[in-house]
Design a protein around this ligand. Sequence first.
Ligand SMILES: [Zn+2]
Length: 253
Amino acid sequence: MPRAILLGSGTSNGIPTLGRAYPPEFLANPKNHRLRSSLMLMGPTGNLLVDCTPEMRLQVTGLGITDIEAVLVTHAHADHVMGMDDLRSLSLKTGQPVRVYTLEEHAQTIKEIFPYAFKEFPQGILVPRFDLQPVPERLQIGGMDITTFIVDHGKIRVTGLRVNRFAYITDVSRIPPAAREHLYDLDCLVLDACRYKPHPNHFNMEQALEAAAEIGARQTYFTHLSDDFDHDKVNMDLPPGVELAYDGLSIEI
Ligand SMILES: [Zn+2]
């Protein structure tokens, strides 16, 4: 049975956030410690990593995963790409560039952030190598049949995905009708709910609850969470079938 593992559930600065003090009760709950949001899809024959956070190496090695068939970068904001340099050890192992699916505009940003990954180097100099590919509507990775769709994140486009009856939508401020068509009959939806106050580029809690109710997955988990949310306290107030995600959450798909 394929699995989806949330490698991180935090908003862009990670929780606890550098430079901010927290009550001991908040820090005492491990579920309030949130690495940057990303996902591992583990199929019968291989794994797809969705986004490369600054903590990617720790997130992936912590699961004991040693092989990644491909990477899907939903968009090129820092919290989703800054771990890509560490993919170099996979290229070294396989002798191949790492296949990275991303939208054209995000491929451009990746080239600007990691120019050295696309330059010639003398033998023996270890740099990451990326085989950047456009995101197809259907992807076969690791024996999984993955469908992709586009959502809006402020003014930029973000890739969402569906596998079987599971869907993952990080960083979203609007789900266009074409994406909605993929969001039917879901057992599980993982959805951005950044904070309580409105945000120009993210669903806040109110918008996320509204979207979750409209989509009607049997279980919805909110992700990309700020420190507005004290995990256990907030969960008590959420409607049935809606919960905050947490790092390491593992879902059979
Ligand atoms: Zn973003």
